[in-house]
Design a protein around this ligand. Sequence first.
Ligand SMILES: [Zn+2]
Length: 492
Amino acid sequence: MATYEDVINLALRRSFFYPASEVYNGPSGFYNYGPYGASVKRKVVELWRKLLVQKEGFFEINGAIAMPEEVFKASGHMTNFNDPVTKCKKCGVFHRADHLLKEKTGEDYKEAMNNEVLTEALRKHKVACPKCKGELSDVSKLNMMVKVEVGVTPKNIFLRPETCQTIFTDFSRMIKTMRLKLPQGISQVGKSFRNEISPRQTILRTVEFDQMETEVFFDSQKIDEVENWQDVENYKVCVQLVGKDKVEQISCNDLHKKKIVSGKLIAYYLARTQQLYEAYGFKKENIRFRQLDDEERAFYAKEGWDFEVKTSIGWLELIANNYRTDYDLGNHAKGSKQDMQYVYPDGKKVLPHVWEISIGVDRTLYAVLENSLTTLNDKVVLGLPTSLAPLHAAIFPLVSNKEEITKKAKEVQKTIEYFDVFYDDSGSIGKRYARMDEVGVPYCITIDHQSVEDNTVTIRDRDTTEQKRVNLKDLQKIMHELIFVGKKFSEV
Ligand SMILES: [Zn+2]
């Protein structure tokens, strides 16, 4: 199994991701994605869009990142979006009090704990500044919103701390202009910002990050009316219930009947979300929805599940799933003085409830890389699912100094130009294979002397290193079956 260090080494070596503004030693908490990383990230988003947005008939919007203070007064972020911090009296650096305590004691200290409890614990365990061993101040709350200066308005402007606020504030417009009918999901992928005072673990805890979020709006009286229920009723969801130390596989039917979830709609989306992660290549034994207890849940949430995957650094939270009731629309209706109710054709009005699926894109990318990273014959292979591979295939002329071979190779490239392909004629063929295996390219197509004579090429499979010689006229069809139909290499 690959370790965190293995992933980071690969990421830096092949520029999947690396610190932002590196040449100026930029601030911590910001990361850039190079060509392969950006491509895999894009494909993580594309698969989400295909399986969880388009297939479910959700709307996808794309909103502005900067929003006025009123939004966050209504949402509660101005008062509630705080981290418990302690400041070093000697060097002036801020630290997360709960993180320092966890590092010192190994026990979980929740960020929701009050300042006095955390201060007392710091004193009791004699925690000092990790940088300079200086004395730490009492714990206080620091707001995590990132404020920006915008010239065109006197208003206070903040970068959104979560993409969902755009979805809530746009809801009444969607009702008016998009013939929205309940239940309806509205999705968005984009940047969010949080003033992390101790960014760490590379892309796992950053100031700027990508989210793909969906808010499913529904009539709370109709939470058990799910159109495609039969598609998931026997599908088993991996859940870890409050107070249990094991993950159980429970069918959607049982989740509903045993009242583990508030309604069928929630079981349905837990299933759909888990299916997306199975498509990302995670096995059921490595995933869980962890039920949140009263203390862990956000105060507005009636029910909450953290979706986590097992990694070398422990269970890693990738998705917050929350039943937010009508908290958000109610508050924005008050704050904006706009009507956010949904009106049925018979005139009946409801303020919709919300099921939220808030996915961290960067964390998902990390988990996908770690889950795919392996070694084969002592060489690093990134066994990404084909749908997430940064490139579909690489094209290699066996030698670069024979004109008829490079000419044939260019012809091959043209034949499959609508796939994501890469042409490489430098170095030995073994080195070229190794470079592509390491970044997760599933197929390598080689053009040799025989290709010039009989119009055939060889395709090599990344995961088995098996090779097949195929006719050039069949190549496009075979690539289509491998990449888009999902056929195995042994089947084509
Ligand atoms: Zn210090």
